[in-house]
Write a protein that binds this ligand. Structure first.
Ligand code: PGA
Length: 252
């Protein structure tokens, strides 16, 4: 179901105590602001998920993981399954982040498996897609995103696809301080929605949340979120500072 979302992707940051402090600050902050029509999701590292789901019971946010295994269970040392996440009340999971594609060689084929594992356990995948700078400079950005969607997500049946959240994250904007312009974001989001119309029909496209990610911050969130096809943001750096994250939440 389409809704406004602000999700904080903490990446590999914070110790247990620092994570506890940050969640506390965000929870207290959320009590003091009026939240209009937006779902808030915190995606901390694995060791802090259970603490975050505990906090979430008393607060106004949901919890997401940053990754999941493409395997179901068994002899896969170091992996975390969708079922484990479900057992501690995790509701969302980021998959296909460009950092995982780049450093951990995740392919679109693996991402289809991850999406299926999550959906089987009732966890909503937040599927990241986006082009690298040379691909945009060559005018190839639409094709890159189209291929990522077609190879990974469009393998899902319509019922499953209807549950997915998409995050468009141009790789050149992630952690660089260079944000996509409001027009660039809207253009790509509208394009993604048009691809969903072609594959799954108008109704599904209308109901899919598409988030923007890449140097989204307290200053530029309002302008980005004002676009008709931008349904919120996946926030990296700015989600580690409670004050900034709370401002972004109030940008709708
Ligand atoms: P950033 O990261 O906001 O620090 O650019 C966004 C992301 O990688 O999800």
């Amino acid at each position: 179901m389409r809704r406004n979302i602000v999700a904080g992707n903490w990446k590999m940051n914070k110790t247990f105590q620092e994570a506890d402090d940050l969640i506390n600050e965000i929870s207290e902050g959320l009590d003091d602001i009026s939240i209009k029509n937006v779902e808030i999701i915190l995606c901390p590292p694995f060791p802090f998920l259970e603490m975050t789901t505990d906090y979430a019971q008393e607060s106004n946010f949901s919890v997401g993981a940053q990754n999941v295994s493409s395997y179901e269970a068994g002899a896969y040392t170091g992996e975390i399954s969708a079922q484990m996440l479900q057992s501690i009340d995790v509701e969302y999971c980021i998959i296909g982040h460009s950092e995982r594609r780049k450093y951990f060689k995740e392919t679109d084929e693996i991402l289809t498996l991850k999406a299926e594992m999550l959906l089987k356990c009732g966890i909503i995948p937040i599927f990241c897609c986006g082009e690298e700078l040379p691909e945009r400079e060559a005018g190839n950005h639409f094709n890159v995103v189209k291929t990522q969607l077609e190879t990974a997500l469009f393998k899902l049946d319509p019922l499953d696809f209807g549950k997915i959240v998409i995050a468009y994250e141009p790789v050149w904007a992630i952690g660089t301080g260079v944000t996509a312009s409001s027009d660039q974001a809207q253009e790509m989001h509208a394009y993604i929605r048009s691809l969903i119309i072609e594959k799954y029909g108008k109704e599904t496209a209308k109901n899919t949340s598409i988030l923007y990610g890449g140097s989204c911050n307290a200053k530029n969130a309002k302008e980005l979120f004002a676009n008709p096809d931008v349904d919120g943001g996946l926030i990296g750096g700015a989600s580690l500072i409670a004050e900034d994250f709370l401002k972004i939440i109030q940008s709708f």
